[in-house]
Write a protein that binds this ligand. Structure first.
Ligand code: A2P
Length: 353
């Protein structure tokens, strides 16, 4: 029987390493894995499936040996260059970058939402942006039942979404604060971190200190005043829900949280709804865990979502400012469900076809 081979491109990065962990957990029927990264990591050993794997340098010939599947998590330029090469050699690429997401010939897939798109691939399947994935898992069942008219996203995004350097900036900010903290132990207000406590080190990822701060700036700014991250959420939501004219707006914010994105989502519907029915719909939908008992302080939290593949929803309440609408709070592990796990769930579906 033919051996199934899978490539992990960007295996040394945050998403790549998490993909290895998820693959170890899932034990897919794959016979052989090959781990790729840049020349910087060539020859490096990574522990995977109880063995030492030697990381290979990715190059134009890497896919000549024949791969069935590849998961790319090595940034847009690597995907742009190498994903078409892999696809031309018969490999199906699940790409974590934004390079092909809005390409009409490339399905943009969240398995709980639009699995039917998977088979329409021409060798490349795009994994959506992390903040979009968790939002649409929660929005799809509501759209099916109540028909979404408008969405307002406000995100609170973890530093892990910016890769290793994002995590380093928060880590350095915390260490710097703890090192330079000189305050009178009896004074209650003098230990509030200020900008000086916070900027005494070189930032490697963000334009401003992330510790003790919120940055309304994720990815680059566009001419229209939005960031590319906001534009991605808007366009990708429309594509995945297959509603090209849907009214969507977004403000995306980086917050000093290591992992898991939180989102406040305001939705307006065409149809009326009963709140208890709507809550039940969410509760019974795939990939969702309902945590909604605010009086007992139960609602989704980043630290609880980390390490899980489900999307956590709560704080579900009627928006009384419109005829039919809700506000709710959606949290998920942005490196797992927002990237590695979603990609692997797509490969799982390909394997059973
Ligand atoms: P490397 O570690 O060799 O630089 P993160 O987003 O967490 O920083 O991870 C980015 C991932 O993409 C890393 O595994 C990195 O490998 C990989 N990568 C970056 N550039 C290339 C490239 N030109 N070819 C292959 N992998 C790359």
């Amino acid at each position: 029987m033919k051996k199934i081979r899978m490539a992990i491109v960007g295996a040394t990065g945050l998403v790549g390493r998490t993909a290895l962990k998820v693959l170890e957990e899932k034990k897919l029927p794959v016979d052989e894995y090959v781990l790729f990264a840049s020349s910087k990591s060539a020859g490096k050993k990574l522990k995977f499936m109880g063995k030492d794997y030697i990381v290979q340098e990715l190059n134009e010939l890497s896919f000549d040996s024949g791969f069935d599947y590849a998961i790319f998590s090595a940034g847009g330029s690597t995907s742009k260059k190498y994903a078409p090469i892999a696809a031309s050699k018969g490999c199906i690429v699940v790409d974590n970058s934004s390079a092909f997401r809005m390409d009409d010939n490339v399905p943009l897939v969240v398995p709980e939402v639009n699995p039917e798109e998977i088979i329409k691939n021409h060798g490349i399947i795009a994994n959506p942006n992390c903040s979009t994935i968790q939002a649409v898992v929660a929005l799809k069942p509501l759209d099916d039942k109540y028909k979404i008219k408008r969405i307002v996203y406000s995100t609170y995004q973890a530093v892990s979404g910016a890769g290793k350097n994002g995590v380093i900036d928060l880590d350095n900010g915390i260490k710097n604060y703890l090192t330079n903290k000189s305050y009178d132990e009896d004074s209650s207000d003098s230990d509030i971190p200020n900008s000086q406590d916070n900027s005494n080190y070189d930032l490697v990822k963000f334009d401003h200190p992330i510790f003790s701060n919120c940055l309304p700036h994720i990815d680059v700014f566009l001419d229209n005043g939005y960031t590319k991250e906001e534009e991605k959420m808007i366009n990708e939501t429309r594509k995945i829900l297959n509603k090209p004219d849907l009214k969507v707006t977004a403000t995306t914010v980086r917050v000093p949280v290591f992992n898991s994105h939180s989102e406040s989502i305001n939705v307006e519907f065409e149809n009326d709804f009963k709140l208890d029915e709507l809550i039940n719909t969410l509760k019974n939908s795939p990939g969702i865990i309902l945590q909604d008992d605010p009086k007992r302080s139960i609602y989704p939290l980043a630290i609880n979502a980390s390490g899980h593949d489900e999307v956590f929803v709560g704080r579900i309440r009627r928006d009384y400012s419109v005829k039919s609408g809700i506000n709710f709070w959606v949290v998920a592990d942005n490196i797992r469900k927002g990237a590695a796990s979603n990609a692997i769930q797509i490969v799982e579906r390909l394997l059973i076809h």
